[in-house]
Design a protein around this ligand. Structure first.
Ligand code: HEM
Length: 384
């Protein structure tokens, strides 16, 4: 478990670094009158670039430690770097990082268009190197690579620009002009992220025990594992992220000229939710994908969060079963679940109300937290 938590942290760092680089380089390309006055420290760009190969090394090392098993770690590590997909991807990312640092170092980076384009191109190559070695890519011919790349790219463009503008703007000048192009960009990215995320999910939770299982059944079955729990939490947290994106991009429109309105504070709030989604995704990506529920529960056990809240028999049934088979988790909703869903919907409305009418970050985040808990409990308590 410690290993999973450590590699989850390095994975999280990877998402943040890619977002910072992509967001900064895109903003460098946007004309001054269409963005706020942003100051992006060069050191931040170097640090993000260097941290990518450092963080991407963690799963390589982890694989080596697992495989070494008392043998010479160094020779296993060299073997992985030279022959495994994850090792070759790491070498590729490291080489491109070195070239990127030279481009970033040039004095005219923020003024010369060809340098910015080169830098962005190199970061995209690094991103392709990363998604090429991801789980969904390695188990399919091209579909996983395509969907995961589209997913990650759209997320890093949206969240990257949001991060940089919300944390590195000097003030709110040009906020209206910025939102005019950023809101449609963010919406397109969100739609691509959702569609590509759906297909990536289909590959990652695909059941090998029951080849005819529907994606809904696979999703339900995954809920007893860490991977499925993180996936569900991620989806519930995305509701809050999208709510804050809507409030910032659409509902606050009338208030842009209001002197007392602080859009950066709200944009930071949105980026904070994105960070939480990144954290949960990082943990998910490092947990075992639920392709074979029977053997996974036998070897790794069920998700501790799930077992703490669930009092049915499915986990015991699987653990006591003599051989592999099809174990389906069913969800059925009764009064209690509908009440929780209703409560969650009420908190959803209150979240938007607290943001738009009460203008309170504290109240709206508290309501969105209560909304997430209600939706989560409604689903978990429905598992039979
Ligand atoms: C319905 C929506 C979504 C679904 C079904 C979905 C599903 C997935 C899946 C299955 C993965 C692969 C994880 C693994 O390695 O096993 C993934 C990765 C990821 N997701 Fe999502 N996701 C969705 C929306 C989002 C949103 C809105 C964000 C951002 C705020 C996001 C951020 C990420 C990141 C950073 C990764 C890791 C990079 C990668 O492996 O592609 N996802 N997502």
């Amino acid at each position: 478990m410690i290993g999973i938590l450590l590699t989850s942290v390095t994975e999280f760092i990877l998402y943040v670094c890619f977002s910072i680089l992509i967001g900064s380089l895109i903003l460098f390309m946007v004309p001054k009158n269409k963005k706020t006055d942003v100051y992006i420290p060069k050191k931040l760009l170097y640090l993000s670039a260097i941290l990518i190969p450092v963080a991407a090394f963690a799963p390589v090392l982890q694989t080596a430690i697992i495989l070494a098993y008392g043998m010479d770690l160094w020779s296993i590590l060299t073997n992985i770097i030279l022959t495994f997909e994850i090792g070759k991807a790491w070498v590729f990312i490291s080489i491109v990082t070195i070239i990127l640092i030279f481009v970033l170092k040039s004095k005219n980076l923020s003024t010369k268009m060809h340098l910015k384009t080169w830098a962005l191109f190199l970061v995209l190559l690094m991103l392709l190197g990363y998604t090429r070695s991801a789980h969904a890519s390695t188990i399919t011919e091209w579909r996983g690579f395509l969907f995961q790349t589209l997913h990650f790219l759209s997320v890093t463009i949206w969240i990257g620009i949001l991060f940089i503008v919300s944390w590195f703007s000097k003030d709110k000048r040009n906020w209206k002009a910025f939102l005019k192009w950023f809101t449609p960009v963010a919406m397109v990215c969100l739609i691509i992220a959702m569609v590509a995320g759906y297909f990536t999910m289909g590959i990652d939770i695909d059941s090998y025990d029951d080849l005819d299982a529907s994606i809904t059944q696979e999703y339900q079955n995954s809920l007893i594992t860490n991977y499925g729990q993180a996936l569900l939490l991620k989806h519930i947290l995305i509701i809050s992220l999208v709510l804050f994106a809507l409030v910032n991009g659409v509902m606050f429109r009338k208030r842009y000229n209001d002197e007392s309105f602080h859009p950066l504070k709200w944009a930071r709030m949105e980026s904070f939710y994105a960070l939480i989604v990144f954290g949960v995704t990082a943990f998910m990506g490092q947990s075992w994908p639920p392709h074979q529920i029977y053997s996974l529960i036998k070897t790794e056990g069920a998700s501790p969060l799930f077992t703490a809240l669930y009092d049915g028999d499915i986990v015991n049934d699987i653990q006591n079963a003599g051989q592999s088979g099809v174990f389906n988790v069913t969800i059925s909703f009764g009064l209690e679940n509908y009440l929780l869903l209703g409560l969650g919907s009420l908190f959803l409305v209150l979240t938007v109300y607290a943001a738009t009418y009460k203008k309170s970050v504290f109240l709206s985040t508290s309501f969105s937290l209560l909304m997430s808990i209600s939706f989560y409990m409604a689903i978990i308590l429905g598992i039979q």
